[in-house]
Ligand binder design. Structure first.
Ligand code: SF4
Length: 173
C-alpha cells in the first residue's frame, strides 16, 4: 500500500518526467513556434451539441494575436504523423473553439520522439472541418451500438500495426 508521502513522490517524479519531456519538445518546436506563447498545457476541453466531444490537448501556442496553434507530442518508433493524430487534433480544435470561443488554426503540429528519447522531428498536419469531426464521432457511436457495419481499413499498412490483426474478421471476408 502506498502512503501519502509515496503518492507525493510518485506525483513529483511524473511531473519531473513530464516537464523534462516538454523541455526536450521546446527545443524541437517548428520555427513558427520558437517565440510563441504557451497558452494551454494538458487541459481538457468539451464541446456540446449533436454530440459531446471531450478532448485533452497537450499544448496550445499563440504567435502574436493569431489563432491558437495546437501541438501534440507522440512517442513512437516510426518517423511520421498518422491519420489518427489528425483526428485527435481536429477533435481538440472543435472542443477548444466551442468551450473558449477562441480561434484555433486549421493546422497543427505533431512532435515525434523515439522511445529512446531521440528527437525524430515535427510534422505539420491539416485538420478536419468541424462537421467532419462530428460526422466521424457519430459514426463511431453507431458502430459501437452495432447500428452500422464496420469497413475494412483502406490500406493494408494500417492493419499491420493493428492489435486486432490476428483475429480481424474484416480481413477474412
Ligand atoms: S486489422 Fe482489421 S480492425 Fe485492424 S485496421 Fe485492419 S481492418 Fe481495421
Amino acid at each position: 500500500m502506498v502512503d501519502e508521502s509515496g503518492i507525493l513522490i510518485i506525483a513529483a517524479v511524473l511531473i519531473g518526467l513530464w516537464s523534462f519531456r516538454w523541455r526536450w519538445a521546446a527545443g524541437a518546436l517548428p520555427p513558427e513556434l520558437k517565440t510563441a506563447r504557451l497558452i494551454y498545457a494538458e487541459r481538457v476541453f468539451r464541446s456540446r451539441g449533436s454530440i459531446t466531444l471531450t478532448a485533452k490537448l497537450d499544448r496550445a501556442y499563440r504567435v502574436g494575436t493569431g489563432p491558437l496553434i495546437l501541438v501534440e507530442l507522440k512517442t513512437r518508433r516510426s518517423h511520421r504523423a498518422y491519420p489518427s493524430d489528425v483526428i485527435e487534433l481536429s477533435a481538440q480544435r472543435v472542443a477548444v473553439q466551442a468551450q473558449t470561443g477562441e480561434r484555433v488554426a486549421e493546422y497543427a503540429y505533431v512532435l515525434v520522439e523515439r522511445p529512446s528519447g531521440r528527437k525524430a522531428g515535427w510534422y505539420r498536419v491539416d485538420l478536419m472541418a468541424p462537421a467532419d469531426v462530428v460526422a466521424l464521432a457519430l459514426r463511431r457511436e453507431a458502430l459501437l451500438a452495432g447500428l452500422i457495419e464496420p469497413r475494412c481499413a483502406r490500406s493494408i499498412w494500417i492493419c499491420q500495426d493493428c492489435v486486432f490483426w490476428p483475429e480481424c474478421r474484416l480481413l477474412q471476408n
